[in-house]
Every structure is written in C-alpha cells, then in structure tokens.
Design a protein around this ligand. Structure first.
Ligand code: PMP
Length: 352
C-alpha cells in the first residue's frame, strides 16, 4: 500500500477473481466460462470493425441496444449496456445505495456484492441462506431495503421461481430489487417480463456465460426507463465510452446467431446432468443446479483436498475458503470430453 491511498480504501478487501494460471495447460472448470467459441459471424464482424478502431465507439451503444430490445421484447430505453455485468452491478451499488438506503444480499452468493458494499461504505446485511442453501423468500418480502439476488445463485446454482421473485419485487415498491441473471440461460426463469409491471426491478445479464464472450466484457441490464437513465448518468460521469467497438460488433453479431448459443446451452445442460449423475454415483452430494456449474461435496474427501488433487492432475475447479461452503467445490460445466476427464480424475483421486 502506498502512503497516498485514501483512508476510505485502506481496509477494503478487493474481489479475488478465479485463478488463470499460465504454468501449464489446464482443463479450466473454475470460472464458469463457456467451453464453446463465439459463433462465426462474431469473428467476421470483429474483423470488419478493426478497420474503424481509430474512431471512438458509439457512447449510446444504440445499435446493440435496439437489437437487445428486440430480442427481449422491451424498448431500447429499458436497456443499459455495460463493460461486463460487474460494471452494471458496480454502477447500481453506486447509484442506488447509500448510508440511508441500505442493501441486503444472501451470505453465500457472488462475492462481488460485498466488495461493492464495502467500496461505497454502505450499510448492508448478508442474510443467511437456509441450511439447504435455498433463499428464504420471507427474509426479503416487505423489508424496505435494496435487494440484490443472483438467480440462479452462485456458487450454489440453485434457482428461485418467478412467482417468488415477484413477491420480493412487489412487496418492496420503495426500493430497488436487482436480480442478477448471469446464469439464467442454463435453466432458470428470467424476470425480464416483470420489468414491464414493476419499475423498481433491474435485471442484470451478461454475455460472459451463455454467449461465450467472457473475454469481450459485455453485460447489460433491463429495467424501467428511469432506472436506466440513472445508470446512464453514472456512466457519463465515469466512462462514456465504456464498451469498445469490437465488443459492440461482437455483441450484435451474437444476437444474429442466437440458435448457435441456445444449442450450446442445451449441450451444457446435458453435460451438467450427466456430470451430476456420475458424481452422485460416486457418493457426492450435488446441489440441483440450474447454472453452468455444479456445487458438490463428498464425505470421502475434503473440499480443499479435492481441489488441490484435481489441480495437480491439470484440472482446475473453484474452491472457496469460506464458512459453510469450504467442503464444496464449484465445477464449471465444459464439453463432454472435459467432463469425462474430470470424472476420471475424481475416480482416480478417490481410488474408485
Ligand atoms: N454475476 C454473477 C453471479 C457472476 O458469477 C459473475 C461472474 N462470474 C458476474 C455477475 C460478472 O460477470 P461478467 O462481469 O463477466 O459479466
């Protein structure tokens, strides 16, 4: 730490991204990326766009907004485009929460929520999930606080029904409810249609998972025009050109080949169920995931021990050194071949 750092940030614990080691080639099942490459049109449009790289991108991102609006059946004024969904989450914590507007989220969820809450020195509460890691809906109904929920949740993969989401949104009309749908395309129920009925709902999505573009950094949010305007205010006060030209081109192209991506989601769901069954046969407890990962533990081996043993065999999964979940590992779903290698490695480690 330099002596120049503001006192505000001295105690801040930054988010720790999943490891991206370069010492050898791993089967990467640790950061919930897609195992499939982007579609052909994405490459083509990026190559065309390179010729215009000397020009700033469109700060309004209007072409992509229109395409997303058509895709999701909303208006462009209901869409905010961000540099990964982390950015829209950041802007939302910045825009809508302060000392007098507290925010709550589950104790076991995407670790960045707590980092944003600390970054902005907010009054926040981490509400414990139930013993089976489900969200207790009554903890969130009529609480008069801002709410952030990942649905499906990470790292558990468990999802909440649309009717329960509606109960939360409708019972907190004076507060913003942010539903982070990073993993919704793998079997969850999207709350986008509720944004037409409730102007306190912001649904956050990303191209990083189901649209194979984690490296391009593209996320978006859908909500009422007023909420979107507030987010635009923050964007124009920090980084007006937040999305680069190549990413905009890639994001538009991906929407023209949506069948390719929905087919990939189907494959990932199939591979998830296949892997879950294999793990259960090996005695693992596996949560009922609706995401592109599994969350599993075994009585036969500790969470960290399994993580390290897999790593030594060239397979990376994500282990969280955190109360309640340290016996678990989060396993991203890859191709069938990758999942077979993973299962083979687990069998070897367990001596089965
Ligand atoms: N929300 C959740 C629940 C996530 O797990 C992640 C990434 N791992 C994100 C948001 C952020 O994704 P990105 O910034 O790549 O869109």
């Amino acid at each position: 730490m330099s002596r120049f750092l503001s006192d505000r940030f001295k105690a801040l614990e930054a988010y720790v991204p999943g490891e991206q080691p370069k010492d050898m080639k791993y089967i990467k099942l640790n950061t919930n990326e897609s195992p499939f490459p982007p579609s052909g049109l994405v490459y083509k449009r990026i190559c065309e766009e390179i010729e215009k790289l000397e020009l700033y991108p469109d700060p309004e991102v209007s072409g992509l907004k229109q395409k997303l609006a058509d895709f999701y059946g909303v208006l462009p004024e209901n869409i905010f485009i961000s540099n990964g969904s982390d950015e829209i989450l950041n802007f939302s914590f910045m825009a809508f929460c302060d000392k007098s507007r507290p925010v709550v989220f589950p104790d076991i969820t995407y670790g960045f929520y707590k980092v944003f809450a600390d970054l902005y020195a907010l009054d926040y509460e981490e509400i414990p999930l139930s013993g089976d890691f489900t969200v207790n809906i009554s903890d969130y109904t009529g609480i008069g606080k801002n709410i952030v929920i990942a649905n499906p949740n990470a790292p558990t993969g468990l999802s909440i029904s649309l009717s329960d989401i509606e109960k939360i949104v409708s019972s907190n009309p004076g507060n913003i409810v942010i539903i982070d749908e990073a993993y919704v395309d793998f079997g969850g129920e999207s709350a986008v249609k509720l944004t037409k009925k409730y102007n306190n709902l912001l649904v956050v999505m990303t191209y990083s998972k189901s649209r194979s573009m984690a490296g391009a950094r593209l996320g978006f949010g859908i909500g009422s025009a007023e909420i979107i305007k507030d987010l635009e205010k923050i964007k124009y006060s920090t980084n007006p050109y937040n999305i680069n030209r190549l990413t905009i081109a890639a994001g538009e192209a991906a929407l023209d080949e949506s069948e390719y991506y929905s087919d990939n989601c189907k494959k990932i769901i199939e591979n998830r169920e296949y892997t879950a069954n294999k793990l259960k046969k090996l005695g693992f407890e596996v949560l009922d995931s609706k995401a592109n990962f599994l969350f599993a533990r075994s009585d036969k081996i500790g969470g960290k021990e399994l993580y390290l043993a897999l790593k030594s065999k060239g397979i990376l999964v994500r282990h969280f050194e955190k109360d309640r979940i340290r016996e678990y590992n989060r396993i991203t779903i890859g191709t069938k071949e990758q999942m077979d290698s993973f299962i083979k490695a687990v069998c070897g480690i367990l001596g089965e």
